[in-house]
Design a protein around this ligand. Structure first.
Ligand code: GRF
Length: 206
């Protein structure tokens, strides 16, 4: 299915700071990831990700979910823009909305999420805080394909880190974030190099 000769186009979804977006976009621009940047779509007009996109010369657009009668209409608009850029893969880089089954099926195994825990532990919001509250000694981050559940899709890569006695949610989140950038970049590079195969829940890396 994956044609190694064709450069893939990678687009992005973000809601805020956009450091994961920037980590991947930097590597695309520098040629380290052999792909073409598509478009960044944000659901927040003031997302800091917009400035990062502008500096990198990557097109971006704010799509206001409130401007649409339904979630389906809002996502149709997103799909229109992604398709305009001939998007192969979409990176959900800190996108804080749940995608509907329709868009997930439309881009089956082509939307990649980064989550700040070792899934399936601590799904959903505030994963770093959930880890502190639970008292785990090890946590980390996970890249996975988005499926119809919340943070339940086939896992691509994971990286573990220790939780220290003195960690606050902020110090822990900072350390996890550094690892998020690494595994997200690596995952997208593997995908764009045609080295990833999905067999049911299992992601095989060739
Ligand atoms: C990251 O911790 C990511 O794992 C989570 O939201 C945060 C987004 O950070 N989904 P950024 O916008 O990529 O800097």
């Amino acid at each position: 299915m994956l044609n190694k000769k064709t450069k893939k186009t990678v687009s992005f979804l973000a809601s805020g700071r956009g450091s994961n977006f920037k980590a991947v976009a930097d590597k695309i621009i520098s040629g380290n990831i052999k792909a073409t940047p598509g478009i960044l779509i944000c659901d927040k007009p003031d997302a800091a990700a917009f400035e990062k996109a502008a500096k990198l010369g990557i097109d971006s657009i704010f799509i206001d979910p409130k401007a649409f009668a339904s979630k389906a209409d809002y996502e149709k608009e997103m799909i229109k823009h992604f398709d305009r850029y001939k998007t192969d893969y979409i990176v959900a880089a800190g996108y804080m909305r749940i995608l509907s089954d329709e868009i997930i099926q439309h881009y089956k195994n082509r939307i990649i999420n980064i989550h700040p825990s070792l899934l399936p532990a601590f799904q959903g919001r505030d994963a770093q805080n959930q880890a502190i509250e639970y008292g785990v000694k090890i946590t980390g981050c996970t890249t996975h394909f988005i499926d119809e559940g919340t943070d339940t899709g086939p896992i691509i890569l994971q990286r573990a880190i220790n939780v220290n006695k003195k960690d606050t949610v902020h110090t822990l989140a900072d350390r996890i974030l550094k690892e998020e950038h690494k595994i997200l970049v690596k995952s997208i590079k593997l995908l764009c190099d045609g080295k990833i195969e999905v067999r049911g829940r299992h992601v095989i890396i060739h």
